[in-house]
Design a protein around this ligand. Structure first.
Ligand SMILES: C[S@@+](CC[C@H](N)C(=O)[O-])C[C@H]1O[C@@H](n2cnc3c(N)ncnc32)[C@H](O)[C@@H]1O
Length: 262
């Protein structure tokens, strides 16, 4: 089939499946099959429809694009992505941004990423602050396995082990986390793509508050849901943190809270 026809047909099917960005997704899928960047798909005339079809089918069933492609960009890295861990989100890049600012004058800061998932935050910090001694923990063995594959593939030295909130009490220069923050009752109302992601990565279990109480760290940086920042910032204040700051994401929503243990 010609690239032009395949693109139009894929866009039509994705739109019919209720996908909000059918054109962009169609371009990603074709680019993947052709082995080129999205902007270069028109340098090809034909596309192998037998290779494209299973990917389109998966996306029509609302499997996240990052799982269908098997990889996803996060800051300077390309991470392997699959059902074992949450798809890294753009707002989480702001968490890394703030973390890097806070440790920029430390040569070898001890950094803990609680709930490491695919390894996105931990690996990006190790990549962008080469002196940092980064540990990532998760309660999910599946997520840890994926994070290890990413660390190995990228050649980044990060310690990865099973652990929960108690690891934040070990004593760190920086604890960073993107804890699950979707209320159970909201899960069904949200995009169907979320049902493909691990439930333990999504459902709010009050980890933010536990973390604020238990962590022994100079700096704490956490991602929050839209509307949760004031509540979490107040918890920082109640625990005696100073230099509390809320940072917005690129769409102007308050998504990151940080503070310094005083
Ligand atoms: C929202 S995901 C974040 C994944 C990754 N850090 C990212 O930003 O893409 C939350 C992660 O925390 C893990 N998790 C949930 N509860 C946890 C707990 N009590 N202790 C440690 N990890 C936990 C989940 O398995 C999941 O991998």
């Amino acid at each position: 089939m010609t690239v032009r026809e395949a693109l139009a047909e894929t866009e039509r099917r994705l739109a019919a499946a209720g996908i909000e960005t059918p054109r962009v997704d169609a371009e990603w899928l074709l680019a993947h099959v052709l082995g080129v960047s999205r902007t270069d798909i028109h340098t090809h005339d034909e596309v192998d429809i037998t290779a494209l079809e299973p990917l389109v089918e998966r996306r029509v069933r609302r499997e996240p694009l990052a799982y269908v492609l098997g990889e996803w960009g996060f800051r300077r890295l390309t991470l392997k992505t699959d059902h074992r861990a949450l798809v890294p989100r753009p707002e989480t890049e702001i968490v890394v941004e703030r973390a890097l600012v806070l440790i920029r004058d430390d040569r070898e800061p001890r950094v803990l990423d609680l709930g490491v998932g695919s390894g996105a935050i931990a690996l990006a910090i190790a990549d962008e602050h080469p002196g940092a001694r980064v540990t990532g923990v998760d309660t999910s063995e599946d997520a840890l396995a994926l994070a290890r594959e990413n660390a190995e593939h990228l050649g980044l030295g990060v310690e990865l082990r099973r652990g929960g909130v108690e690891t934040t009490a070990e004593g760190w220069d920086l604890v960073v986390a993107n804890p699950p923050y979707v209320p159970t009752e909201a899960l069904r109302r949200l995009q169907p793509e979320l049902s493909w992601e691990p439930r333990d990565a999504l459902v709010d279990t009050g980890l933010h508050e536990q973390l604020v109480r238990v962590a022994r760290t100079r700096w704490l940086v956490v991602e929050v849901s839209d509307g949760q920042a004031d509540h979490v910032a107040a918890a920082f204040g109640n625990e005696g943190y100073g230099d509390i700051r809320i940072t917005e994401d690129l769409t102007g929503r308050e998504r990151v809270v940080e503070g310094r243990r005083v």
